[in-house]
Design a protein. Sequence first.
Length: 64
Amino acid sequence: MVPLKHKKIICPRCTGNGFFKVKESIDRARDKVVQCPMCNSQGEIDEEKVNTVYVNADGLHRLH
């Protein structure tokens, strides 16, 4: 039996880059590059996991 393949979609947090920039601090406006924890720096997530994405004050998160 052939396993079903899950459709991949672009990660909404990093918009497919696998990383994003954040400000280092309020005092220092220098950007810092961080790896995307939502897609594990892949740039894509399984379509079925989209329903487990939620947004709060800290940003987008994925339920494990």
